[in-house]
Ligand binder design. Structure first.
Ligand code: PMP
Length: 435
């Protein structure tokens, strides 16, 4: 008998979406050129991880449960059994938000998820009820929001970032355009601190203006900020900490701050939901229902390891990251300094190269005078031994064709020095080629 054969065109449209393929192409290139210096992966630096630590973290959490009166049988079940869908460590996460982020929410408003990615997915599923509901995204944006929206059959509306990041006036115009088309703007997704992919950070004034706008226009802000605690220097307040009217759903991740392999994130969803019969609950309760049909619960073992890390730092994820934030800050500074050396003024202008200067985070944007597409990336890897990410991957409705994303988190200083020199040779060659 012939094996079952399916037509791709008859599967859900998202499987044919290039966004769901972008990372495959990068992985393939990385695999094909193992000696290339890669500014592509947005991963934490491996040097911070030690296998033995995981056992200590889990042990610390179990000791904590015992100190709080849990019996051996209860502790056993905590690890071995299915856990509560909303999460085992909601109290610890709520406490850590109080310590780190000046955010006071009840544990019941927190949903522990399989990474921030699941928090994104659950939130979109709950909020986008029909074709009239619009999701707006600050663009360029993280592929995970575009991809999750498309899995749900939703096309996000791009709100273009300026050179310095998000501008409220552009969002206001986009909201008006959506309304004029008869649509209901439901949510606006943004990475306010050291954004992936651009590296931009929203000013405090824009944060206040955004919350005022959300109130006036009646939409929710989806705040995703995985890079703030791994960045050096003074942190601006989160949107959630400034939120007086429960306009913000905060999408949390421990992937950059604690460890990505745990796959633990969370949503803070304290919005009030009123049922037809007048009964009230929280948006978090609805997310929990959806989660019960997606991943059932977040791995108890992973939650235990994350909890142990939080406990070791008196509940502060920020404490864990004093050293990492300094490390990534150094990597960013080294990259910017090296770019300066390799593209001295005034030649830089004539060549048509420029970049932004993020104070933290993993990413920066580099504008180049030629189409930075997959073909250029393949030449860069093959001829010059350097890999980067085309910025166009991150524009849901087109754009970024002449920009690249550089990620600095995964490389050593020596790699950065050599990698930027290679990148400069590639850009010079490519600029000559396109002339
Ligand atoms: N949001 C942004 C902006 C990210 O950059 C990432 C990871 N690259 C995520 C969410 C996903 O986080 P997690 O690993 O917690 O699912």
């Amino acid at each position: 008998m012939a094996p079952a054969t399916l037509r791709k065109a008859e599967l859900h449209a998202s499987v044919g979406d290039p966004v769901l393929d972008t990372m495959n192409f990068l992985n393939e290139i990385t695999h094909r050129y193992p000696r290339a210096v890669s500014f592509a992966p947005g991963r934490p630096y491996d040097g911070f991880f030690d296998v033995e630590d995981i056992f200590r973290h889990v042990r610390r959490y179990l000791d904590h449960l015992a100190e709080r009166g849990a019996t051996p049988a209860e502790i056993r079940d905590t690890l071995f059994q299915y856990g509560p869908t909303g999460g085992q460590i909601r109290e610890l996460i709520a406490a850590s938000l109080r310590e780190d982020e000046d955010t006071d929410v009840r544990p019941g408003a927190v949903v522990v998820t399989v990474g921030c990615q699941e928090a994104i997915f659950l939130t979109l599923r709950a909020l986008l009820a029909g074709p009239q509901d619009a999701l707006l995204v600050s663009s360029p944006c993280y592929v995970g929001i575009t991809g999750a929206a498309r899995l749900l059959g939703v096309e996000p509306t791009a709100v273009p970032e300026g050179r310095d990041g998000f501008r409220c006036a552009d969002l206001e115009a986009a909201l008006a355009a959506e309304k004029a088309r008869g649509r209901r703007p439901r949510a606006f997704y943004v990475v306010p601190d050291h954004s992936n992919p651009s590296g931009a950070t929203m000013s405090t004034a824009e944060r206040h203006a955004l919350l005022d706008l959300a109130d006036r226009e009646d939409f929710l802000v989806l705040e995703d900020s995985p890079y703030r605690l791994v960045s050096p220097g003074r942190r601006l307040p989160t949107l959630k900490s400034l939120d007086r009217d429960r306009r913000v759903v905060h999408l949390g991740s421990y992937s950059k701050t604690l460890f990505p392999g745990a796959r633990v994130g969370f949503a803070v969803a304290d919005q009030i939901v009123v049922a037809e019969d007048g009964r009230q609950g929280l948006l978090a309760d609805e997310l929990v229902k959806i989660k019960s049909m997606v991943t059932v619960n977040t791995s108890p073992l992973s939650q235990a390891a994350v909890a142990g890390m939080l406990l070791a730092a008196d509940g502060r994820a920020s404490e864990w990251n004093t050293e990492t934030a300094a490390y990534y800050g150094e990597a960013m500074r080294a990259t910017l300094k090296r770019l300066d050396e390799c593209f001295p003024q005034p030649g830089r202008e004539a060549l048509g190269v420029r970049w932004n200067e993020p104070a933290g985070g993993f990413f920066l944007t580099l504008d180049v005078p030629f189409p930075a597409d997959n073909a250029a990336l393949a030449r860069s890897a093959e001829d010059h031994g350097v890999i980067w990410t085309p910025m166009s991957y991150f524009y849901p409705q087109g754009g970024g064709e002449h920009s690249i994303r550089l990620s600095v988190s995964y490389l050593t200083q020596a790699d950065i020095t050599e990698g930027i020199a290679r990148l400069a040779r590639f850009i010079t060659a490519e600029a000559a080629r396109s002339r």
